[in-house]
Design a protein around this ligand. Structure first.
Ligand code: ARG
Length: 260
């Protein structure tokens, strides 16, 4: 077990001992945008973190959000919105939490707080099978068009200048959903899609003729975003996450969707 996990468990144990049974059942209704509810914004086209199964939004984030809501004694309400509207909605007090496989970045930390990390990701490149783009350097060097989901870290990295490892704005096509970028790749509108590794794997599994390139991008940390003013909710969610980490719930949810 790494030291962060140990620390999380230590904190969880201390907090559990201090609060006793009260922590399990007390309602935290007053600190959310709608009394008694936990309004969670996501963009549900990002398997295995959030996606539709029939009418239902399922996935790692959906289950973790449910577990957190249960801990807080709140009713979970998931709102499926465009990814690039989540942070503004949290700032405006429309949603309590953004839970969308969202990467913690310095820039985002200027507008929202993030909870403790509950998962990690790496940016991946999807190409058509047999594509002449065989590695990231080829992708960056050519005049290829890259499809991304608007407002994501894939978008941010690719839109940066070539000196900074991007392809520049002109070569980036933005789509509202990850799926739409993949459809554009399949129909030849873009030459590659840059998106997080687990959704990339899901898209490649779900569609014939796609391949993933190895990349050397750094690992990103996923966390939930919360309004900067709402320290009470941040503390409560972190407490819930620590308990869910300590009792193995987080691990169980993640390995259910991403078998080791
Ligand atoms: N991890 C990436 C980011 O923060 C992509 C997240 C996209 N999430 C989604 N639910 N569509 O920016």
């Amino acid at each position: 077990m790494n030291s962060i996990a140990k620390k999380v468990i230590a904190i969880a144990l201390t907090a559990t001992m201090a609060l006793g049974f009260a922590a399990c059942s007390s309602s935290k209704g007053g600190m959310t945008v709608e009394e008694g509810k936990l309004v969670v914004a996501t963009n549900a086209f990002f398997p295995p973190y959030e996606y539709y199964e029939g009418e239902d939004i399922v996935g790692i984030d959906a289950e973790i959000a449910q577990a957190v809501a249960d801990k807080l004694g709140l009713e979970l309400v998931i709102e499926d919105v465009s990814f690039d509207s989540i942070l503004a909605g949290i700032q405006a007090g429309k949603y309590d939490i953004g839970c969308a496989g969202m990467t913690v970045t310095e820039d985002r930390l200027k507008s929202v707080n993030f909870t403790t990390t509950y998962a990690t990701g790496i940016q991946s490149v999807i190409v058509l099978e047999g594509s002449e783009i065989t590695d990231v350097d080829t992708l960056l060097a050519g005049d290829y068009i890259v499809g991304v989901q608007s407002g994501t870290t894939g978008d941010i990295y690719m839109s940066d200048t070539p000196e900074n490892g991007g392809v520049g704005e002109d070569r980036v096509d933005r789509y509202a959903r990850g799926n739409d970028a993949v459809v554009a790749l399949l129909s030849g509108k873009v030459d590659a899609v840059v998106i997080d590794n687990e959704p990339a794997k899901s898209f490649v599994e779900a569609n014939e003729g796609l391949a993933i390139l190895d990349t050397a991008y750094a690992e990103e940390e996923y966390a939930m975003a919360i309004n900067k003013e709402n320290q009470e909710l941040l503390d409560a969610v972190n407490q819930a996450l620590a308990e869910l980490e300590a009792d193995g719930t987080l691990d169980a949810i993640i390995t259910k969707y991403i078998p080791a």
